[in-house]
Design a protein around this ligand. Structure first.
Ligand code: PLP
Length: 290
């Protein structure tokens, strides 16, 4: 269950109470999910990978026709919200940028406690099922052929109802999470995560960012760490059978970080010895100052 935001900071830097109106009920941002957002982790009193998140916020804003977010203003609001978070415990920070009723953009930063599921997913891993997202990658892949130019499949859009529905469907079928696939059978991403596998020859692989998927900040930061440690990292087209034979499969995201997939479509996945310590790489990645 999502906890209510406990700290809200406007882009003017004002710290306001959680119930304070930051917009109007008829703002398209609230009424239609017409906007974009970022979710990042607060750890040890600082927000993690802020630069990567602000860059993606800017790309998402450009895709949906919102003005570019003013980076110094956002950085300052993010730092204020992180400072306001009590203690060194972790929190979820949301950066929201959407269309207001008068055509002007509305933006704010909110921080709230970590959902309960996060600790269990990090510690125990997750079960997942594959689900067809109903879009084709096209031939020859991975050019994303068939995606209309206005699609938000590669944007962190506030319209997350389809992602939430996929997760609900999985949970109703006894699984913790989802691996979305294209109609032509390629692995895309999770509804709130990127897919990462370790192959038998020790390469860390994620589906190509040219697919209609969100480009993950966590997987990109982990690849930087892994390459510094001498590991090979690659973007490749994957099919669900590649996940079944992989040495390890993870769902990576900014808040849960690394959730090892222990079961996929009812098949237990190998917990091979010598598999890269992805959880440690993610910890290092999110601890890197930017
Ligand atoms: N793909 C989708 C659809 C997501 O919603 C997310 C995160 O929320 C990700 C991938 C992973 O992105 P990040 O690592 O930046 O959190």
């Amino acid at each position: 269950m999502t906890s209510p935001a406990e700290i809200v900071v406007t882009l003017d830097g004002a710290v306001v109470a959680a119930g304070f109106p930051v917009g109007h009920v008829d703002d398209p941002l609230f009424a239609r999910g017409d906007g974009v957002f970022e979710t990042l982790l607060v750890r040890g009193g600082r927000a993690c990978l802020v630069g990567r998140h602000l860059d993606r916020l800017a790309r998402s804003a450009a895709s949906v026709g919102l003005p570019p977010p003013d980076q110094p203003r956002w950085r300052s609001a993010v730092a204020t919200a992180a400072r306001q978070w009590p203690g060194a415990g972790e929190a979820v920070m949301r950066l929201v940028w959407g269309r207001g009723h008068d055509g002007e953009p509305v933006g704010f930063v909110a921080a709230s406690p970590l959902p309960d599921r996060v600790a269990a997913a990090r510690r125990d891993g997750v079960s997942a099922i594959t689900m067809d997202r109903g879009i084709s990658v096209g031939e020859p892949p991975p050019m994303g052929a068939g995606l209309p130019r206005w699609s938000t499949a590669d944007v962190k859009s506030l319209s997350y109802a389809v992602n939430a529905a996929a997760l609900r469907h999985a949970q109703n079928h006894g699984a913790d999470d989802v691996v979305l696939t294209s109609a032509d059978g390629y692995v895309l991403e999770g509804p709130r995560s990127s897919v990462l596998i370790a192959t038998g020859d020790g390469v860390l692989v994620t589906p190509p960012s040219t697919l209609p998927i969100l480009s993950g900040t966590t997987v990109a930061a982990v690849f930087d760490v892994a390459r510094r440690r001498g590991a090979s990292c690659d973007e490749r087209l994957l099919r669900p059978c590649d996940l079944l034979v992989a040495e390890g499969v993870w769902l990576l995201s900014s808040v849960t970080l690394a959730a090892r997939v222990h079961t996929l479509d009812g098949h237990a996945l190998a917990a091979a010895d010598g598999v890269p310590d992805v959880a440690a790489m993610v910890d290092e990645a999110v601890g890197t100052p930017d």
